[in-house]
Design a protein around this ligand. Structure first.
Ligand code: CMP
Length: 140
């Protein structure tokens, strides 16, 4: 079932009070929020979540940033959710992101790029399970 993805409103989104705008944007694109919580990732949490990026030049800074403040992970549902959400947020580098994507509109730079979206169906399942036990994913 290719209908769910994991989104995170990142620390810079909350820091800049863009939470409402980001959620509104997501709902207006037709995604249904099936789960949502606010938490502060520890460095160890970030290390586990971003294990796939270990060894990359931006990895240490990424851990610092993602553990620098609270974030809001959410499970989003829509047909072809992974692809649809990646299209809605734009590329990792906000300067290269398409017009009217969330990152193009609001992100500061490659690292502080406001929002995360799973990059594949396989990762979406892993990332959803990282933050949400099944009972926290609503069925409405
Ligand atoms: P995200 O979609 O959460 O996936 C990995 C994150 O690493 C990415 O968003 C950025 O926050 C960060 N990232 C990826 N590439 C770079 C880069 N070249 N420089 C700095 N940060 C990066």
């Amino acid at each position: 079932m290719n209908d769910k993805t994991l989104a995170i409103l990142k620390p810079d989104c909350l820091e800049r009070n863009l939470t409402g705008i980001a959620i509104d944007f997501i709902l207006n694109k037709g995604f249904k929020i099936k789960a949502m919580k606010m938490l502060h990732m520890s460095k160890a949490d970030a290390e586990r979540f971003y294990a796939v990026h270990k060894g990359k030049p931006f990895y240490d800074e990424l851990l610092e940033y993602m553990s620098s403040g609270p974030c809001i992970p959410m499970v989003l549902e829509k047909e072809n959710a992974v692809e649809a959400f990646r299209e809605a947020i734009g590329t990792t580098d906000p300067r290269k992101a398409a017009e009217n994507t969330l990152r193009r509109l609001y992100a500061k730079n490659m690292q502080r790029n406001t929002v995360h979206g799973s990059d594949s169906e396989e990762n979406a399942q892993k990332e959803i399970a990282f933050f949400f036990p099944l009972k926290e994913i609503m069925l409405y």
